[in-house]
Ligand binder design. Sequence first.
Ligand code: HEM
Length: 528
Amino acid sequence: MFQHLNSLNPSSTAVILGLAVVILLAAYRTLGASTRGKPRLPPGPAPELLLGHYRLVPEDAAFKQYAEWAKEYKSDVLFFHTFGTKWVVLNSLSAATELLEKRGSNYADRPRFVMFEEMGWSPTLTWLRWGPKYHSHRKVLQPPFTKTRVHQYTALQRKEALRCCQGMIDNPDDWLNSARQFAVAVVLKISYGLDVDGPNSPWIQLADDTANAIGKSGAPASSIMDRFPATRYLPRWLPFMERLRYARTWRSAIENLTKLPFEAALKTMASGTNSPSFVHSRMGIWNDNAHKGLPNDFGLDDIKGAAATIVIAGNDTTAASLMLLVLYLMQNPDAQRKAQREVDGVVGKTRLPAWDDIPNLPYTNLILQETYRMNPLSPLGIPHASVADDVYNGMFIPKGTIVYPNIWAMCHDEAVYADPFRFWPDRYRPKEEGGNGEPLPVGNFGFGRRICIGRNLAENSLLIVLATMLASVDIDWPQGPDGKPTPFEPEWSFRGQAIVLPFKASITSRSVESKVLLDEEVQGCRGE
Ligand code: HEM
């Protein structure tokens, strides 16, 4: 019946909205009943009648508002509810560590992501609820990306880092495309064994569409459909159904990314031209079982969904982090020069950085850590959900509560990080070495049982591309009309992920010699 609502006229819609009010009242009573006789709920701003906190939490940069409220209500844990959905926000590392890590088994669930269902996702580890399906996906997806096994990809990552830097120098106006190419080439090869031939590869556009679809879709599980699933059937034209319109607009991007590379990988398998990949190894197991008449617990839809997860979760996060690295190096020329001196000292000028050099580049490593801290890409993480009632510091957290770690608040906590908005990689060094002895940021890759499976892969990608950039390019503000470097304020999007929007930069070769080296190395990698 609900599917027909889009064709209903406004008066019929009013009746349905009336019914919704009745449901809301019932939801309110249920919340009251589930908390009666229990310790107090965590504090938070006063809810509005019927709507709860729905209108109080901003869609844009909610993490900043949550951090403000944490100060105002003097509590690192805050409670919110709307339409029967309850959520808490953890604004300190100690609360996140205690609940999501130490009591991890109680917070390993996810809420239902109704908006993402509307976007057409197939079974995907990231959104799966805690249970057998989740376990089978994590069991299949985690092993290839452990700290030791991830080294199988380092040659690929280095090759793509070289191609990325060459592309940035050869097409400086289009440097962003080289960054995107780098990110997608690594995960597309790992997942499907497919190559990204060059800057015009259709896979870059496909991955970029998906990144757009996710990056601005709002904090996960925060749309009106997630809070009150029946609203997904309301007409799209209603003003407050903006997120439904967004989901439908971008649905084809998610569907294409799940379908097209998978089909291309199957073709290479059929023609015997495939290179090793996640899909090929899983399809090998699937075919073997099918031939032997054995059951396939990990079905075709699971393989498709898991393969797409690697690309979707690993592409835009890496590309967005690389954009941040370029931005911070451009904004902080002293840090850039210092890191270049470090790379020159360790690597010399007759070759480009190799894997073995990375552990000998401490300052370069700290630049990446400081980039993580300055702008966590998922400022509110990906929400977990509680499995059973819990009490934390005398505050009641009911079963089924959605839990957002406010990673942005943790990374900008003045009690931990002096001058938290300053880019200062040395802050992590001991005081006697001129630093401030501050702890490395935690939380960018999440917490506990749901921690990001791709963190080792992502970190390796970013370190090798950073070291290669430092060795081969100079990054500066773009030239203004007078031909001089002209600083500007970049634009950001804080809807969903926290990302810097495309910006111009001047990226030039450090020297004739470094460009010759780079071209030779890229040439040497051809056919690998
Ligand atoms: C800079 C790059 C990346 C960042 C900042 C990042 C961040 C995150 C965060 C915050 C989570 C949520 C963890 C939680 O719920 O506590 C997550 C989960 C996940 N990430 Fe990443 N990620 C990155 C790269 C990757 C890559 C390269 C892959 C694929 C190989 C990947 C695959 C996943 C998957 C599958 C999950 C879901 C895990 C689960 O629910 O059990 N990520 N990531």
